[in-house]
Design a protein. Structure first.
Length: 292
C-alpha cells in the first residue's frame, strides 16, 4: 500500500542519512534516465579540519553541483588507488550533463602522492582548498583526535603536553606538520598552476558563508544560485546551518565542537612558529590572510 511504502521510504532515508531531495535523487542505486556517474571535475583537496564538510554541503545547494557522499581517499591511499579509475567513478553520484561532480578528501592536501596522481587523471582540473588559521587548525585537529580517543576508551593527553616536549615546541607533532601550508602547497604548485587552485578562507566561511561561496561559483564558472536565504544562524550550534529544498540542517555534532582553552605562552609559541611559514605561503599564492 502507498502509505506503507511511504513510511518505508522515510525509514530508509533516515537510515542512509540523505538530506536533500537532490541527494535522494542522485544517491539512488538505480540510474535516473539521462544521468551518468562522472569523475569529479572539481576536488576539495583539504585541509583537514579546514571546513571541508561545510564547504561541500554548502556547494551542494547549487543545482549544477552534485557531491560524493563520503570521503573517497582515492589519491592518498594506495590500497584504493590500485583499484583504478572505474572504482573511483563508481563512487560518484549520478549527474546530468550540466552538473559538475565534486568530492572532498581532506587528506589529499598533505599527501605526497595526491598532486601527481590527480594531475595524471586530469591536468586541467579545478581544485578547491579551504584553509583556516594554522594554530586554530592544530587545536581543531587535536580536539578531533581527543574525542575519538575518549570514545574508544583510549588514554588522552593535554594539548600542552603534546605540543611542548622538553620545553620546546614539538614540531614533529603531525597536527603541526599538517598546518605547514607552504610546505604542502609547494608540492601542488609543481603540478598545477595557481589559477587552478582556488583558496577558500575557512575562517570567513564560518562567520559569513555566502561571499566565500559566491567566489567559488565564479571560479567554477557557474551561475550565481546560492542565496543568503540558504543559510540561517543556529544559536545552539553557534554556526550557520543550511536551508535548501524546503529543509533545514546543521552539520554533524562532530563539526564545531568546543576547543580546549590553551595556555597563552603555548599559543604564542605556535603563532611565532607558523609566522614565517605563513609569510612564505602568502607570497606563494599572492594573497594574505589574517592568521596570527
Ligand atoms: N557551518 C558550519 N558548521 C559546523 N562547522 C563548521 C561550519 N563551517 C565551518 N565549520 C568548521 O569545520 C571544521 C571541520 O572541518 P572539516 O569538515 O574539514 O573536518 S574534517 O577534516 O573533515 O574532519 C569545524 O572545526 P571544529 O570547530 O574544530 O569542529 C568547524 O569549525
Amino acid at each position: 500500500a502507498p502509505v506503507e511504502n511511504g513510511a518505508l521510504l522515510e525509514t530508509l532515508k533516515s537510515q542512509v542519512g540523505l538530506f536533500s531531495n537532490k541527494s535522494e535523487h542522485y544517491s539512488a542505486q538505480v540510474r535516473p534516465p539521462g544521468t551518468s556517474r562522472q569523475i569529479p571535475q572539481t576536488i576539495i583537496i583539504g585541509v583537514r579540519k579546514g571546513g571541508t564538510r561545510a564547504l561541500l554541503e554548502m556547494l551542494d545547494i547549487h543545482p549544477n553541483i552534485v557531491v560524493a557522499a563520503t570521503e573517497v581517499h582515492f589519491f592518498d591511499w594506495d590500497e584504493n588507488y590500485v583499484k583504478g579509475i572505474d572504482w573511483y567513478r563508481n563512487l560518484m553520484p549520478f549527474s546530468y550533463g550540466n552538473q559538475i561532480t565534486i568530492e572532498k578528501t581532506p587528506g589529499y592536501f598533505t599527501s605526497p602522492q595526491a598532486p601527481g596522481r590527480i594531475h595524471d587523471m586530469n591536468s586541467s582540473i579545478k581544485l578547491l582548498l579551504i584553509l583556516r588559521d594554522p594554530t586554530e587548525r592544530v587545536i581543531s585537529d587535536y580536539t578531533q583526535v581527543y574525542y575519538n580517543r575518549v570514545e574508544s576508551h583510549k588514554p588522552v593527553q593535554l594539548f600542552e603536553d603534546i605540543v611542548i616536549k622538553n620545553g620546546v615546541l614539538n614540531t614533529k607533532y603531525k597536527a603541526i606538520q599538517r598546518s605547514l601550508y607552504d610546505v604542502h602547497m609547494e608540492k601542488w604548485l609543481k603540478h598545477f598552476s595557481l589559477d587552478q587552485i582556488h583558496i577558500v578562507d575557512g575562517n570567513t566561511l564560518i562567520k559569513d558563508p555566502l561571499p566565500e561561496l559566491q567566489k567559488v561559483e565564479r571560479f567554477l564558472n557557474l551561475p550565481s544560485r546560492i542565496m543568503s536565504s540558504n543559510f540561517y544562524f543556529n544559536q545552539t550550534k553557534g554556526f550557520y546551518c543550511i536551508r535548501s529544498d524546503g529543509r533545514e540542517r546543521c552539520l554533524h555534532e562532530s563539526k564545531g565542537r568546543p576547543h580546549p582553552l590553551v595556555n597563552t605562552t603555548v599559543l604564542e609559541q605556535l603563532y611565532s612558529y607558523f609566522r614565517e611559514h605563513n609569510a612564505k605561503f602568502y607570497r606563494m599564492v599572492n594573497h594574505s590572510f589574517d592568521w596570527h
